[in-house]
Design a protein around this ligand. Structure first.
Ligand code: ZN
Length: 148
C-alpha cells in the first residue's frame, strides 16, 4: 500500500465516521465557519481550562475533505494548550499551502493525510476551514469566518 492509498483511507474513514461530531452544550468557546466556494459549513466548540483544550466537538455539513479535516483536527486538539493549537494551525496551514513545506510528519500524525489537497487548490479551503474556525473560537470572534 503506498502512502497515497493510506492517506485516502484516512480521509474516507473520517468522513464516514467523523470523530467528536455533535453539540457541546456547555462549550465556553465556539465559532462558525463557511467556505462558500464549496458550500462547507462548520461550527466548532471548545472547552478550555487552565489554557488547555479539555474538550472539542464540531458539527456541520460539507464535502468529504472538510468533514475529515475537522474530525482529524478534533482528535489532535484535545489536551493541547491554546498556544500549541495556534502553532499547529501555522504548521497545518503551511503543509496545505506552501510550495515545498517542511512537514514534521511525526508531529502531524494522521493530519499528514491532508497534504494531498495541495495538488488541488480549490480543496485547500475545504481542508483549512475547520482550522480557521477553531482560531476564531479561541479569539472569541462573534462573526462567522469565511474563506472568501
Ligand atoms: Zn469542501
Amino acid at each position: 500500500m503506498d502512502l497515497n492509498d493510506l492517506y485516502r483511507d484516512v480521509i474516507v474513514d473520517h468522513n464516514k465516521s467523523p470523530r467528536n461530531f455533535g453539540d457541546l452544550t456547555d462549550a465556553d468557546h465556539s465559532a462558525q465557519g463557511f467556505n462558500p466556494l464549496c458550500g462547507d459549513e462548520l461550527t466548532v466548540y471548545l472547552n478550555i481550562k487552565d489554557d488547555q483544550i479539555t474538550d472539542v466537538r464540531f458539527k456541520g455539513q460539507g464535502c468529504a475533505i472538510s468533514i475529515a479535516s475537522a474530525s482529524l483536527m478534533t482528535e489532535k486538539l484535545k489536551g493541547l494548550s491554546v498556544e500549541d493549537t495556534r502553532q499547529l494551525f501555522g504548521k497545518v496551514h503551511s503543509m496545505l499551502t506552501a510550495d515545498a513545506p517542511d512537514i514534521p510528519v511525526d508531529e502531524m500524525g494522521k493530519l499528514a493525510a491532508l497534504q494531498g489537497v495541495r495538488a488541488y487548490p480549490s480543496r485547500v479551503k475545504c481542508a483549512s476551514l475547520c482550522w480557521h474556525t477553531v482560531i476564531a473560537a479561541l479569539d472569541k470572534r462573534a462573526t462567522p469566518v469565511s474563506t472568501e
